[in-house]
Design a binder for this molecule. Sequence first.
Ligand SMILES: [Zn+2]
Length: 319
Amino acid sequence: MISALDAVSSVLADEGIYRIDLPMRSVSPNVRQVNAWLLARPDGSGDLYDTGTAEARASAGLERALEKAGVRKLDRLVVSHGHPDHVGQALSLRAVHGSELLVPEGLHSPCQEDEIVIRAFLRLAGAPVFDASEAAPWQATSARTVAGGTTLRLGRRLWRAEIQGGHAPASLLLFSDCGRFVFSADQLLPGIGTFVGVSPGRPLDNCLGRQIGHLERLMQVPPDMIALPGHGAPFAGIPKVAAAQIASYRRRLARLLAALERPGTCAQLTGTMFRPPISDIGRMVQLRMAMAFCNFLVEEGALQAGENREGARIFFRAG
Ligand SMILES: [Zn+2]
């Protein structure tokens, strides 16, 4: 008997679409792999949507997959968003294949995340200073910027681009002309909650509002459309998965609101929202997420924000 997943794989193989499952290191125990998606043409050329990390084992895995699919040349490389697990091999692949590189419009947050910005963010979050410096944002020269509504030819089909924010400043989703597939990046993942946190340089951003708004639109797509996600296996039933993701954000928002019996800073709230972080990177992720959730509740009118004597934002229930 063919399982539902095998059936999806054979539909995709008929289209020349292959999921390349690449290993990756991650701070999250739920994320151990990332997908690069190959769109192959019968003449031995193809296009790639996302590239995996810059790790050597990922690059070897990608090379093997291209060989197996009989693709010798990558004409176009599309990156869904600027995170290292999606762009890691973009520049080296471009150098080897001479590919055109396509990136979403608004790839980066306008503020540079240098040490001063990070320190200001930590003060605003009410957290002590720790070494939270991250790798510099990924940059690519001579890349083509793709705006929402653009039509791209990739593999054997035309794809309509949609730019969405929330998980990253901008994510490029692609809907197929046949209406059956969408490359959904990390905006919607099977069985894994999508991380949403502010950029330290834009601490007042309501990115969770944008994320939920986008999920509400995904609840309108046909239930048999197949999502080709950034992590995990392809899945159908996008409206249900989107609704479950919103419900999960809503549960966390309700917990946060319940925890604010007394006014608190983001640093204080992370203690009630999450398990203790195992690393400084994890601590930063939690603070960015707490700030995003508080901003959402301020925007909704459920919370109000003030400032304490140390210059931290302090949140309290409205009314
Ligand atoms: Zn990712």
